[in-house]
Design a protein around this ligand. Structure first.
Ligand SMILES: [Zn+2]
Length: 273
């Protein structure tokens, strides 16, 4: 297979063909949906090891749902695919329960598996996807696509670009999860340590190296690295963050940095009304 220059690739359609889209998923639940999409990829010889990949995807889901909210999920795993990267898209009119934070059923599933020999690829891909999928106008067009080719045309518009350095796209919940796992590791009995270690390494595989280096430094120095913003104040240092930043963080899954204490900032969990 010809080696591609990852950074030179600019459109999602470079990874996706209409034959990798299931316009009307038969699946009734999350696991079935993932399996249905993997079957498509296996049939087209875009993956080998279907069983292994399925296990990895489900393990990843049980760690932290890959539902982005607003009816979209991006199940993914960094695993030996037998190829480089494989993408499949499934649509469900009725929607599938995906444990989304916003409780909405998922109508569009974008499944991505990629080979561990391609570091950084996922961030590249994910940043592009997230940027498009958060536009409601774009989501509506994807949901309303009238057939497979129509959906393909909408998805083909997605441009892939590297995340900006000052703002890491859509990884806040994952970074927070990593902190939880690292904290549990400190006082976990030996029997649990292995599971926690595996969870931590799954998460780390998806996050940027520079981000992780800073995370580890903060963990070492302060015992934690991620602070919530509650009522406009960083809970790491109790100093107010700028109103602009505070409102940007609200309802977003992007990662920001506290200008005062340097910790990563995430939105506080919404209190139930
Ligand atoms: Zn702070």
């Amino acid at each position: 297979m010809e080696k591609k220059d990852i950074l030179g690739i600019t459109y999602f359609s470079d990874y996706l063909k209409p034959s990798q889209i299931v316009y009307d998923l038969e699946a009734k639940d999350k696991v079935q949906a993932i399996e249905e999409l993997l079957d498509i990829l296996a049939k087209q010889k875009l993956i080998r090891n279907k069983k292994l990949i399925l296990t990895r995807l489900i393990d990843r889901e049980s760690l932290d749902s890959t539902a982005l909210g607003e009816g979209i999920a991006v199940p993914h795993a960094r695993v030996d695919t037998g190829g480089e990267i494989a993408v499949a898209v499934g649509r469900s009119e009725k929607g599938i329960e995906f444990d989304a934070a916003d409780k909405k059923k998922v109508q569009l599933i974008i499944l991505v598996v990629w080979n561990p020999t391609l570091p950084g690829l996922f961030n590249h891909l994910f940043a592009g996807l997230a940027q498009f999928l958060r536009k409601s106008e774009f989501r509506q067009r994807a949901f309303q696509a009238k057939d497979k080719n129509d959906l393909y045309n909408v998805l083909s518009e997605i441009e892939l670009r590297l995340p900006q350095e000052d703002k890491i796209v859509s990884r806040a919940s994952l970074l927070k999860k990593l902190q939880e796992v690292e904290m549990k590791k400190r006082k976990a009995p030996k029997a649990q340590l292995k599971t926690l270690q595996a969870q931590a390494s799954y998460i780390r595989e998806e996050l940027d190296q520079a981000l992780l280096a800073r995370f580890d430094k903060l963990m070492e120095r302060y015992g934690f690295a991620v602070a919530e913003v509650d009522d406009g104040a960083c809970q790491g240092c109790n100093i107010n963050v700028s109103t602009q930043m505070s409102s940007a963080i609200e309802g977003s899954n992007d990662i920001y940095v506290c200008e005062n204490c340097g910790k990563y900032l995430v939105a506080a969990k919404k209190k139930k009304k």
